[in-house]
Design a protein around this ligand. Structure first.
Ligand code: GLU
Length: 277
């Protein structure tokens, strides 16, 4: 049992577009509804939950009936503007069914890098949590760009979710993906690939497994997930990478069951049967 996960009070859950949408571009209402229900139930139990959700561009494409993502930045940002409000509408409806109000927090990197705005964001998160609402975070895709002088983009929501976990002092980041955990090899290419139960250090051996040819599996890629895990571990936080197809796994993760891969520097009470420390 991963006993230390039982006592986590403040939890960040990250979901990617592949969890929220079907491969055919339609919105996966069933999964979103289950996610809202599970997170509402955690709030009922007294946990504090923040959701980091992608999907602005995916939902925007669907809403605007566009078959594929355009190449130009203004077009992508316009799609994100449409998709983000639609996404929040869907979350608001489902969380509302379970009695919870959601609050949208859109962030850019300059905001969390600059001390004054960073402090304001932390205060806003704490107030939202105290009010009993569920903050839902995304990158502010309509304004974020990659410039050398003025970096506003996080790059990916894996990184953003780890930054949010640090900002709000969460004990645990649950990263829901389209993969069950971190494997020795790409399980899509090798069905006998084995999944790690726990990783205690993101060292070169681990990075090699994630970065080798054909091993960039998962939507955001495994390297961005490992970078998020490393950031969490440096901050004394734990991260579980698990499959988001069935959001109920969140209950099992918090109960300490062996689901997905746990990234932790805490070796107490864990099961140390994996070769990487
Ligand atoms: N912010 C992007 C969106 O909502 C997704 C970025 C990511 O998933 O890494 O579409």
């Amino acid at each position: 049992m991963r006993t230390s996960l039982n006592s986590c009070k403040r939890i960040v859950v990250k979901v990617g577009t592949s969890t929220l949408m079907y491969p055919n571009g339609n919105i996966n209402l069933r999964t979103i509804e289950k996610l809202a229900r599970v997170l509402s139930e955690l709030r009922n139990e007294g946990k504090e939950v923040v959701l980091v959700s992608s999907g602005a561009i995916g939902v925007g494409l669907r809403k605007l009936q566009l078959a594929k993502r355009p190449a130009s930045i203004p077009e992508q940002q316009a799609i994100a503007a449409v998709g983000q409000s639609e996404l929040m509408h869907i979350y608001s409806k489902f969380f509302g069914e379970y009695g919870y109000t959601v609050g949208q927090v859109l962030l850019t990197r300059d905001v969390t890098d600059y001390p004054t705005s960073r402090k304001n964001v932390i205060n806003t998160f704490n107030t939202l949590i105290r009010q009993g609402t569920v903050p839902i975070v995304n990158e502010n895709d309509t304004v974020a760009v990659e410039e050398i002088e003025h970096i506003t983009k996080y790059g990916d929501n894996d990184r953003l979710s780890a930054i949010v976990a640090k900002l709000i002092n969460a004990e645990l980041l649950i990263m829901l993906s389209d993969i069950d955990g971190f494997y020795h090899e790409n399980p899509l290419l090798n069905p006998t690939a084995e999944m790690f139960d726990e990783i205690h250090e993101i060292n070169d051996d681990v990075l090699k497994l994630a970065g080798g040819s054909g091993s960039d599996f998962g939507t955001g890629g495994m390297l961005t997930k490992l970078a998020a895990a490393e950031y969490c571990m440096q901050n004394g936080q734990q991260m579980v990478l698990a499959n988001g197809d069935h959001p109920e796994v969140i209950y099992q993760i918090i109960a300490g069951e062996k689901i997905g891969t746990l990234f932790t520097t805490d070796k107490q009470g864990g099961f140390l049967n994996d070769p990487i420390r």
